[in-house]
Design a protein around this ligand. Structure first.
Ligand code: BTN
Length: 330
């Protein structure tokens, strides 16, 4: 849309940019530029204009749009970036695009999801104007064996993006929840499709949900979940900044895949599960009961080494763990 391109140019210019320069760069009329600026002002962008100098952005609302996110990325990056106000699930939208041949690196972002999906068939609360719901398409040229590492790499990539965008470091709870002050601020859901004949991976849809500016959570979530804003005394954070940093981190991750020691080292550094008392739940919970023990370390394949109370030591590759002291587990 023209307004996204106009916003991108105005955002990037530290000083004024003339209407003439915008219309020349975009190959559109001055009237079209004026209309786009009017639409942006209606959306809440504070753009001042001066007769001789042009337009200058003085304040931005916290809106996720193709313009606001791509203004912070290299030009070529906006070609496979799709930003929506509302979708069912960004993972599903991206799955459809992938089926139509979307390239690796395609990103879908939404301001709001009506059917946000969490792990194990749970839902993921996705209110509008608050979080970032982002799905990233990766088509690795590899078999299925290493793919469970991908979700741990993603946890590191998003943690690094948060550090660059907002200057604080989240913690990681095995396997891939990001926490702040011991409550969850981000969940990751990776959905993989494999070609039956060759066993090669066709698509990985990596879904990332970050609680950024939520001011509260429903009672059933408030023990477990928090937002970056709540943990910073209600200060609001610019979502386009984090969304663009997540894209940067994911581009870097897919460029490094599958060989890099960085992600394992960083995962161990940020992980708070190792060293804690845990209860492990297998993928299929039977009778709702888990096995308790002590998490003793993260193995090189990101599995969790646990010494159970009966003395046995096992490496958990999947499933979920409750960590004593987190999420109401005492
Ligand atoms: C979890 O913690 O259970 C995983 C949550 C993953 C949520 C994200 S939001 C973007 C993407 N679209 C979805 O429907 N889910 C993922």
């Amino acid at each position: 849309m023209l307004k996204d391109d106009v916003l991108k140019l105005i955002c990037r210019e530290k000083d004024y940019i003339s209407g003439e320069a915008i219309s020349r760069k975009l190959g559109v009329s001055r009237a079209a530029v004026n209309n786009a600026v009017k639409t942006l002002r209606d959306e809440g962008y504070e753009i001042i204009s001066s007769t001789n100098r042009g337009y200058h952005l003085t304040n931005s609302p916290d809106l996720l749009s193709k313009g606001s996110v791509s203004a912070l990325l290299p030009d070529a990056r906006s070609t496979c970036l799709h930003v929506f106000d509302s979708v069912g699930s960004t993972n599903n939208v991206l799955k459809d695009l992938a089926a139509k041949g979307a390239v690796s690196g395609t990103v879908v972002i939404a301001d709001h999801q009506t059917g946000g999906k969490g792990r194990r068939g749970r839902s993921f609360a996705s209110p509008s104007g608050a979080g970032i719901y982002l799905s990233y398409l990766f088509r690795p040229e590899s078999g299925f064996d290493k793919i469970s590492d991908l979700t741990s790499w993603t946890a590191v990539a998003v943690a690094d993006a948060i550090k660059r965008a907002y200057d604080f470091e989240p913690q990681i709870k095995w396997v891939n929840d990001l926490l702040m002050n011991r409550k969850k601020i981000c969940g990751i859901l990776t959905e993989v499709s494999v070609e039956g004949e060759s066993g090669l991976i066709d698509t990985c849809i990596i879904g990332i949900g970050v609680n950024v500016n939520e001011s509260s959570f429903p009672p059933e979530l408030s023990e477990i979940a928090t937002s970056i804003s709540i943990e910073n005394g209600g200060r609001r954070f610019a979502r386009p900044v984090l969304a663009s940093e997540i894209i940067r981190s994911m581009d870097e991750l897919t460029g490094n895949w599958p060989d890099s020691s960085y992600y394992l080292e960083r995962y161990r550094e940020l992980n708070i599960t190792a060293g804690s008392e845990i209860t492990a739940y297998p993928l299929k919970i039977e009778n709702g009961s888990g096995r308790s023990g002590t998490a003793i370390g993260i193995n090189d394949d990101f599995s969790l080494r646990v010494r159970f109370r009966d003395g046995s030591v096992e490496d958990l590759k999947s499933g979920e763990v409750s960590v004593r002291g987190l999420y109401g587990y005492t």
